[in-house]
Design a protein around this ligand. Structure first.
Ligand code: ATP
Ligand code: MG
Length: 262
C-alpha cells in the first residue's frame, strides 16, 4: 500500500478548503480506507474542526516540516481509520517569502515518504495563499482538488492557481494532476448560483465534479462540535453531499486505473 496524496487548495479565503478536507478525509475513512489528514494551515482549522487543540511547535506540522519523524506526530481520531497531523500558528514561521531556495519545497514530500505506506489516502488542507505551505503540498501531492464557491467572482484567482500548478509540474512535481473542481456553498436554485456553476463547468469541461456541496448550516456548525459532518448530522444535506462526492471521486479513480492498466 502506498497512499495517494490529495491536496485541497485555493488561495482565496473561505471557499471551503477546510470543510472539504475534513469531510472528504472522514468520508474516505468511513468507507473503510486508511486515511491521514495533514493540516498545513497555521490557522489550524482542520485541527480544531476535528476536536483537537492546536499543537505547540514540537507536536504538529511545524515539527513535521523541521525533521521530527512523521510517525511520532500522528494522532488518532474518533474514526478508527482516520488519523491527523495537526497544525498551529508556529507553522507560519516556515513561510518564506523568498522561494529561490528550492530545497524548501521538498520538506513535506520527504516527511510523508516515511509514512506513505501506512495509508490509502493522505489529504492535505492548505492555507489561503500560494506560499511555502501550499507549494510544499503541491510538491508532495499526486492530485489537486480545488473547492470553489458558487458565488460572484468565484473564478477570480483561478488563473494564478493554474499558473502555480503548471510551475510546480515543471519544477518540483511533474506528476501533479488537477483532479477536479468541487463546487461548494452551492445554491443552484438561485439564478446567480446556477449561472456561476454553469460558467465554471463551461470553462473547465470534464474537470468539475458532478456532485456539488450545497450551502448547509449543519456544515458550518459541525466544526464547533469538533466533529466531521457525518458524525454531527449524518442525515443533513451537507453530510450526504460529501459522501456522494467522495464516492464520485473514488469511482473516477477506479476508472482512471482501469484505463491505465488495459
Ligand atoms: N457548504 C457550506 N455550507 C455552509 N457553510 C459552509 C459550507 N462550507 C463551508 N462553510 C463555512 O464557511 C466558512 C469557510 O469555510 P472553510 O473554513 O471550509 O473555508 P477555507 O477555504 O478553509 O477558509 P480559509 O481560507 O480561511 O482556510 C466556515 O465557517 C465554514 O464552516
Ligand atoms: Mg481553511
Amino acid at each position: 500500500m502506498t497512499a495517494r496524496i490529495v491536496v485541497i487548495a485555493n488561495q482565496k479565503g473561505g471557499v471551503g478548503k477546510t470543510t472539504t478536507s475534513i469531510n472528504f478525509a472522514a468520508s474516505l475513512a468511513i468507507l473503510e480506507h486508511m486515511v491521514l489528514l495533514v493540516d498545513l494551515d497555521p490557522q489550524g482549522h482542520s485541527t480544531t474542526g476535528l476536536g483537537f487543540e492546536k499543537p505547540n511547535d514540537q507536536a504538529g506540522a511545524y515539527a513535521l516540516l523541521t525533521g521530527t519523524p512523521a510517525e511520532a506526530l500522528v494522532l488518532n481520531t474518533e474514526i478508527a481509520t482516520l488519523q491527523i497531523i495537526p497544525a498551529g500558528k508556529d507553522l507560519a514561521r516556515l513561510e518564506f517569502s523568498d522561494l529561490t531556495d528550492e530545497s524548501q519545497l521538498y520538506n513535506l514530500k520527504n516527511a510523508l515518504n516515511q509514512i506513505k505506506e501506512n495509508y490509502d489516502y493522505i489529504v492535505i488542507d492548505s492555507p489561503p495563499a500560494l506560499g511555502t505551505m501550499t507549494l510544499n503540498a503541491f510538491t508532495a501531492a499526486d492530485e489537486l482538488i480545488v473547492p470553489m464557491p458558487c458565488e460572484f467572482l468565484a473564478m477570480d484567482g483561478l488563473v494564478e492557481l493554474v499558473d502555480t500548478l503548471n510551475a510546480v509540474q515543471k519544477q518540483s512535481n511533474p506528476s501533479l494532476q488537477l483532479g477536479g473542481i468541487l463546487l461548494t456553498m452551492a445554491e443552484e436554485r438561485t439564478n446567480l448560483g446556477s449561472a456561476v456553476a454553469n460558467e465554471v463547468r463551461k470553462s473547465f469541461p470534464g474537470k468539475v465534479f458532478k456532485t456539488s456541496i450545497p450551502r448547509n448550516i449543519r456544515l458550518a456548525e459541525a466544526p464547533s462540535h469538533g466533529k466531521p459532518i457525518a458524525f454531527y448530522d449524518l442525515k443533513s444535506k451537507g453530510a450526504q453531499a460529501y459522501i456522494y462526492f467522495t464516492k464520485e471521486w473514488l469511482r473516477r479513480k477506479k476508472n482512471e486505473f482501469t484505463k491505465d492498466t488495459i
